[in-house]
Ligand binder design. Structure first.
Ligand code: CA
Length: 224
C-alpha cells in the first residue's frame, strides 16, 4: 500500500509520514501540486492525501486535473478549509473523503483503512497464495498454518509481491518502497532479502524474471 502525501507544511507532513510508516504503509511526500499530478500520472500510488492550500496550484485544481486524466486512485483531502460548502466542493470534484484540519491522527488512520478496504487489491487483510498466507496488518506470515518469523523488511517485500500477484515488480520499485518504509537501502539489499525469503518459502514461490524483477504467481502449484 503506497500512499502519497501532498502537504506543504513540513512539520505536519513529517508527523503524518511517521505515523503512517508505523502502521506499515509505504509513504512518500511532495509539497507541490504540479508534482502531485505528475506522480499520479506515473502510477504506482495506491492512495493520495491531498492538502488544498499548496504553494503552486490549488489542491482542488490538482484533484480536477487528476480526475480529468481518468485516474481513479482514492484521494483524501486534508485541509484547513472546514466549511460544509468546501467539503461539498471537494467531494463533488472527485475526492473520496474529506478531513478538515485540525484532525486527530487516529481519525486519519481509520479513514485510510476504509479507503483501503474499498480498493479491490486488498479486499481483506489476508492474502493467501498456495501454502502461504499473509496478514497485511499484523506482520504475520503463515506457511501451511505455521507462523514464519520474518524481519520487517522481508515481510514488506513479500507483502508487496503478494499484493501484486501475477504482476512483475522491479527491483527498483522494491528499492523505492523500502526507502519509503523508512529504511536504509544498500545496493544489493533487495537480492539479499529475496534470497533470505526464498529459504523460508516453498521452492519457486518467488520467481525471478531475469532483467526485469520478481513475480509471485496466483496459480502457484499446490503441491511443492
Ligand atoms: Ca497548505
Amino acid at each position: 500500500m503506497h500512499i502519497l502525501l501532498i502537504e506543504d507544511e513540513i512539520a505536519l507532513a513529517e508527523e503524518i509520514c511517521q505515523s503512517l510508516r508505523k502502521q506499515n504503509y509505504a509513504v512518500s511526500h511532495l509539497t507541490l501540486g504540479k508534482q502531485a499530478i505528475l506522480a499520479a500520472r506515473n502510477g504506482d500510488i495506491d492512495l493520495m492525501i491531498l492538502d488544498l492550500g499548496l504553494p503552486d496550484v490549488d489542491g482542488l485544481q490538482v484533484l480536477t486535473s487528476i480526475r480529468e486524466l481518468g485516474l481513479t486512485l482514492p484521494i483524501l483531502i486534508l485541509t484547513a478549509r472546514g466549511q460544509l460548502s468546501d467539503k461539498i466542493i471537494g467531494l463533488d470534484a472527485g475526492a473520496d473523503d474529506y478531513l478538515p484540519k485540525p484532525f486527530e491522527l487516529d481519525e486519519l488512520l481509520v479513514r485510510l483503512r476504509v479507503l483501503q478496504r474499498r480498493l479491490g487489491s486488498v479486499v481483506t487483510s489476508t492474502i493467501r497464495l498456495g501454502h502461504v498466507q499473509l496478514h497485511t496488518d499484523s506482520l504475520l506470515v503463515l506457511l501451511d498454518e505455521v507462523a514464519l518469523q520474518l524481519p520487517k523488511k522481508e515481510f514488506m517485500i513479500l507483502r508487496a509481491l503478494m499484493e501484486r500477484a501475477d504482476r512483475i515488480v522491479s527491483k527498483s520499485q522494491l528499492e523505492t518502497m523500502l526507502y519509503e518504509w523508512g529504511g536504509e537501502v544498500s545496493s544489493n539489499a533487495i537480492e539479499v532479502h529475496v534470497h533470505n525469503l526464498r529459504k523460508k518459502l516453498p521452492e519457486g514461490f518467488i520467481q525471478t524474471i531475469r532483467g526485469v524483477g520478481y513475480c509471485i504467481k496466483k496459480e502457484y502449484p499446490i503441491s511443492t
